[in-house]
Write a protein that binds this ligand. Structure first.
Ligand code: ADE
Length: 255
């Protein structure tokens, strides 16, 4: 029997469509969180709703690997945009994941260490969890012809004048903080050159790496992590989360 792919969403808005699409669905609760086994377009998957943050996501990641013998982990949901060329509703697929809040706090600021390593001394190693190059190629190829119109409510409110959502591949940051600050947004972008920030993906990548499994993270932008991100997030999470789910549905065939 083919081993399933585990799909982690932090929030109900992010999980809704994926759960709806499942056939042969069996719903349960594991460690107090919803866990739904089923088939997505005939392929075995387990969809879970972790709650927010690195700990919550890491717990579900470990359960998906250990209890369900998942062969890969996927994160589907929303993020705050960091790159100036991206707007609300654009989509980012991670080619690498970094925990921006893990490290050694000194007078000069945070020295980042690889999560899992002691954050003192010289054993810093690479702080990036990278997606394998062959897998990245397959993800890109399978998304070549995907296209989304700008959601109507975003266009109406003047958030976007263009016609189509952009799809970008690049680094995504994770940390146990909702970013609602222009200063922090700019610092995160200049420190890491990252495209987006969220609260789970790099924790899932860390757990997957411990078992030598791939982790794929797909995020649609609910906000831009700056001054208005708390307002934009609430307004757009339910509008943009389904776009990440649609991308994930397509990717499940090539992971
Ligand atoms: N997820 C969605 N928007 C976010 C933000 N601004 N900061 C962290 N995680 C997010």
């Amino acid at each position: 029997m083919t081993r399933p792919i585990g799909i982690i969403c932090a929030l109900p808005e992010e999980r809704a469509l994926l759960s709806e699409w499942l056939s042969e669905a069996e719903a349960g609760l594991v460690a107090g969180r919803p866990m739904m086994r089923g088939r997505l377009d005939g392929r075995p998957v387990v969809v879970t709703e972790s709650g927010c943050g690195k700990v919550a996501a890491a717990v579900q990641a470990a359960l998906l690997i250990d209890r369900y013998d998942c062969r890969a982990l996927v994160v589907s949901g929303v993020a705050g945009g960091l790159a100036p060329e991206l707007a609300i509703a654009d989509i980012v697929v991670a080619d690498s994941l970094i925990q921006h809040d893990y490290g050694h706090m000194t007078e000069a600021g945070l020295r980042r260490f690889r999560p899992g390593e002691p954050p003192v001394g010289d054993r810093r190693h690479d702080i990036v969890f990278s997606v394998d190059a062959d897998l990245m190629q397959r993800l890109k190829a399978s998304l070549q012809d995907i296209s989304f119109d700008i959601p109507v409510d975003l266009a109406k409110q003047g958030h976007r004048q263009d016609q189509h959502v952009r799809l970008a591949f690049g680094p995504i940051l994770s940390g146990d903080q909702f970013i609602n600050s222009e200063t922090v947004r700019e610092r995160l972008h200049s420190d890491f050159g990252a495209l987006a920030v969220e609260m789970e993906g790099a924790a899932v990548a860390q757990v997957a790496a411990m078992s030598n499994l791939p982790a794929v993270v797909v995020r649609s932008l609910s906000d831009l992590a700056g001054r208005d991100s708390h307002l934009d997030f609430g307004q757009f999470v339910a509008t943009v989360a389904p776009m990440a789910a649609i991308v994930v549905r397509r990717l499940v065939g090539v992971i």
